[in-house]
Design a protein. Structure first.
Length: 947
């Protein structure tokens, strides 16, 4: 605080009017605090402040102004006068300082009081340090709740040989008690007792310490209450049962259960040994012992103590203990209140029915509920993950139960947070975001779980940018305390959803930035997030990912920690396998086994087997297969899938028959009927591998394991015999049936159909004896599946079958009203000129449709309304019409060729019927040479004739 210097200058203002000066003297002789005289005096002083105050103002005039303001008993006006004089540089008189300090004491203007003390010390020539000024300054600190300033002033007074009154000492000590400043309390009490040791008798000292003891307990300050208890004992003052009871109650309320037992024992016998504390993991035993001992020694147990016990049990969900305390309450006729019921509900943990019973009891008791009750009522089903129950209960307290009417539920952050999380976990994104937005608008600060649910709700609504903005907002708004405690860094849910948002938005660059922070800050992200990062961050080498992920324990931790989880290791391993980097793959597995105690699981072995199957390294495959058998790992669909792939490789080129026999032994041990024969000769190797493949499917079927797409693809490549292919066909038929069922579980149980699988299947079905079954399946594929799937299926069928079979399929597709697009139709058109019975164009041979199928195909297409023919089909037809027409001109005229030309022209007329002549001409110019237009002019003529 900088002091103002008072300049000695010549006055620039006229002297105060004498008549007004006399009026003020008269007022001081007979002061009043209201009425015309007071108003007139105030008017004069106010006028002086505006007109006559300057640095050279006579001290007598300035002092009179302050004296008049003080006589009015208006401390605010005193401070106005003092401030005016100070700002004008008028040197203060002792009276000015005394009266101004008194005003500061009333108003709590401690800074001004300290300034007055400094002015007092500057004026050493005209005044000594004033006890009144110091005491008023201390009083101003009391009003302003500045305990440290008051303590310093008490100590400063002492350096000038002054001592504050006992009342001020006690008031300062009480202020320190209110602020729970135990050290300051002790220092001030010692100084006070020392200063007034001779002036106070023992009864007065005892009364003072006892009153301060009560003050500490009223302030709920246990350390200070214990200090005053010790002070009473040290001075050998008696402590009543009432005081001990209050102190024991305070210990209980502060959950210092063992300390309360010690105090109770000391009350009974001050020299007795303190009771033994319960082990730290069973500290709540002291609660029951304390309550029993209080009853034994007839110490009253008030509701506050019972509630403290209930709240302690509620915090750690010890229902039986809470109910025992509750029964004791009832037995002693202590009526529970809302705090009791709220704590009881919290003690229920996840026992939803028990909490409902307590809620019903609260209603029967007609107990006035609080927001704590509502919080406890909703908390139990939330802990139990019964989200519908959370919302049902919220609806009851909000709309259905009159007892709760008037409670500000929508303004309680705890209640709204539970509701928001419940909506989020139920995937009711719109409702969740509504609650979240309402909380933010009302100025509430949701907890981090709510922020996490809001992020995933935005992601579900395809608003992943909002999710990332919310994530960024949290970091921008975090407090220094949150940064110090690494609150956000230690809350992985937010990071998990931020990465999920990046995945949905395909924001690999942002994901890479988050990855850098995660690694740098050691954020304990979930395993699922580790997997996502491994899949997304293709720009980061897998060896770098593995090195980074090894150090984050949350990516490998299990509940038992006997061995770590290989889930994230497998995700990085997959990257190495996809890149066919066998050295890195081997290193990753070795690091996990020897450096981290991660035991390879079935997926680990499946990936390593896939690696060596794709590299056609039969020896390494065999080595890993033997390692898998030694580890007694349960084979999964992924292992069986790669096994079928390896069987396909071995059926073509087997470097060592042992490899096949090892697989055979593995399968024999898992078959109910040992029906696999040992290989006899190399010539039968392909059949043997196919038999092993059938055994694989038998084992999977016996275990209720549905083969996936990879399994079926590899199985089909083993052998294309009808008996072999039938099994794959049945699985695909089941999958098609599941896709049409409304039962989501049935659909999820089946594998996902892919273009590659369908292409492989229908290629293998080329010689299948039951052609109608194949066509029926293909009709369902075209009708029920997306075109990207059905196109591959139709292409495979047309490539593997002759023209007549393709024609029959087309006929049945059209009869079933299946919508065929340009690609579908093109495959049928192409088949008619590429099937086995057709003739391919050479220098000496014209192209011929097998069995003249193109004529029938064109006829069927002309008569259908579900066929969509576009550029590819039209170009095919035009080119074939032109080529065949040229052959008719330069070679022998053939009736069959002309029939094909006419059929295709008719189909062109049908296909072009929705286009203008200009559009058709433009298209023709892009497809054929100008000289060849003559061969399709009849098509244009017919189209013009129809218009």
């Amino acid at each position: 605080l900088q002091l103002r210097s008072f300049s000695q200058v010549t006055s620039s203002c006229p002297p105060v009017p004498q008549d007004e000066y006399d009026e003020l003297k008269s007022f001081l002789a007979e002061p009043v605090t209201s009425g015309p005289a007071m108003e007139r005096a105030k008017e004069i002083v106010t006028g002086w402040m505006q007109q006559y105050v300057d640095p050279a103002m006579p001290g007598q005039d300035a002092t009179v102004m302050v004296m008049v303001a003080n006589a009015m008993e208006d401390p605010q006006f005193v401070m106005q006068v003092y401030t005016c004089l100070r700002d004008a540089g008028v040197p203060p008189s002792p009276i000015t300082l005394e009266y101004s300090a008194a005003a500061c004491a009333q108003l709590g203007q401690w800074r001004t009081a300290l300034e007055i003390i400094d002015f007092m010390h500057q004026a050493v020539e005209i005044m000594q340090p004033s006890q009144d000024i110091y005491e008023n300054a201390i009083a101003s600190c009391h009003v302003a709740k500045k305990w440290m300033r008051a303590k310093h002033l008490l100590e400063e007074m002492r350096t000038y040989g002054l001592e504050a009154s006992p009342e001020l000492h006690i008031a300062s000590i009480r202020l320190c008690i209110d602020f729970e400043e135990a050290t300051a309390t002790r220092v001030l009490l010692d100084a006070f007792m020392l200063a007034y040791d001779e002036e106070l008798d023992e009864d007065e000292k005892q009364e003072i310490v006892t009153d301060l003891f009560h003050a500490a307990m009223d302030a709920q300050s246990l350390p200070q209450a214990l200090f005053f208890r010790d002070e009473l004992l040290a001075r050998q003052y008696p402590i009543s049962k009432e005081l001990y009871s209050r102190l024991i109650h305070l210990c209980a309320v502060k959950r210092q259960w063992h300390k309360a037992r010690v105090l109770l024992q000391q009350f009974v016998n001050i020299n007795a040994r303190p009771p033994k504390a319960a082990p730290s993991d069973r500290y709540t035993d002291d609660i029951h012992r304390l309550l029993d001992e209080m009853q034994t020694h007839n110490i009253e147990i008030p509701l506050a103590v019972y509630n403290a016990a209930l709240r302690n049990f509620g915090q750690i969900s010890l229902l039986e203990d809470a109910l025992a305390v509750y029964a004791d309450m009832r037995g002693r006729r202590v009526t529970p209140d809302a705090t009791s019921f709220a704590a009881l509900m919290c003690s229920c943990g996840t026992q939803v029915e028990q909490s409902e019973g307590l809620f019903s009891e609260l209603q029967r008791e007609d107990c006035v509920p609080t927001l704590d009750v509502v919080h406890g009522y909703l908390l139990v089903p939330s802990r139990a993950k019964q989200w519908e129950e959370v919302l049902r209960r919220y609806d009851i307290v909000q709309n259905g139960e009159p007892l709760f009417k008037g409670l500000p539920l929508e303004s309680d952050v705890r209640v709204q947070s539970l509701v928001a999380v419940a909506y989020g976990r139920l995937s009711q994104s719109e409702e969740m975001l509504g609650v979240f937005t309402s909380m933010k608008v009302k100025g509430m600060e949701p907890n981090l779980y709510v922020y996490g649910e809001a992020m995933v709700a935005y992601i579900r609504q395809d608003q992943w940018r909002h999710a990332l903005m919310l994530f960024d907002h949290l970091f921008q708004q975090q407090t220094p305390e949150m940064q110090e405690k690494r609150v956000l860094e230690n809350f992985p849910m937010l990071w998990d959803y931020a990465i999920l948002a990046c995945m949905f938005g395909e924001q690999s660059q942002r994901a890479a930035m988050l990855y850098d922070t995660i690694i740098e800050q050691r954020v304990p992200i979930s395993m699922a997030t580790g997997e996502r990062l491994a899949a997304m961050l293709t720009s980061i080498p897998p060896e770098t990912l593995w090195k980074s992920f090894r150090s984050i324990s949350s990516l490998h931790r299990t509940k038992t920690n006997d061995c770590l989880n290989p889930r994230v290791q497998n995700a990085v391993l997959k990257r190495a396998v996809d890149g066919k980097d066998n050295a890195l793959a081997e290193q990753i597995v070795a690091d996990g086994m020897h450096g981290m105690e991660i035991l390879p699981n079935s997926m680990t072995y499946a990936l390593m087997l896939r690696l060596y199957a794709s590299r056609e390294d039969q020896e390494k495959f065999h080595t890993w297969w033997c390692r898998m058998e030694e580890a007694k790992v349960k084979p999964t669909v992924y292992v069986f899938g790669v096994l079928l792939r390896q069987l396909g490789c071995l059926s073509v080129d087997c470097e060592d028959v042992t490899y096949l026999n090892t697989i055979a032994e593995f399968l024999k041990q898992r078959l109910h009927k040992n029906s696999i024969k040992t290989i006899v000769n190399v010539a039968s190797r392909k059949e043997y591998a196919a038999e092993l493949g059938r055994a694989v499917l038998d084992i999977m079927e016996g275990r209720g394991m549905q083969p996936d797409t990879v399994c079926l693809q590899n199985y089909l490549l083993l052998n294309q015999e009808p008996e072999h292919v039938t099994r794959a066909l049945a699985f695909v038929e089941d999958a098609m049936s599941a896709t049409n069922q409304e039962d989501e579980n049935s659909a999820q149980d089946c594998f996902e159909l892919t273009p590659r699988l369908l292409h492989t299947l229908f290629t293998a079905l080329g010689n299948f004896p039951d052609g109608q079954r194949v066509r029926n399946l293909l009709i369902r594929v075209v009708r029920d599946l997306p075109s990207e799937l059905s196109e591959d299926a139709v292409a495979a069928f047309c490539a593997a079958n002759d023209g007549l079979h393709a024609l029959q399929l087309l006929r049945e597709l059209l009869d079933a009203k299946c919508a065929l697009n340009d690609e579908h139709v093109l495959f049928f058109l192409t088949n008619s000129y590429t099937c086995e019975a057709s003739s391919v164009e050479t220098e000496t041979c014209r192209p011929r449709s097998g069995n003249g199928v193109i004529v029938d195909v064109a006829s069927l297409l002309c008569g259908s309304e579900t066929v969509k023919m576009e550029a590819a089909c039209l170009a095919f037809l035009i080119k074939h019409v032109v080529e065949l027409s040229k052959w008719q001109q330069r070679d022998v005229y053939e009736v069959s060729t002309q029939e094909e030309i006419d059929a295709m022209k008719k189909l062109l007329v049908h296909a072009f019927s929705d286009f203008s002549i200009t559009q058709i001409t433009e298209f023709l110019s892009k497809v054929i040479e100008r000289d060849d237009l003559v061969h399709v002019m009849s098509v244009l003529d017919e189209l013009q004739g129809k218009r």
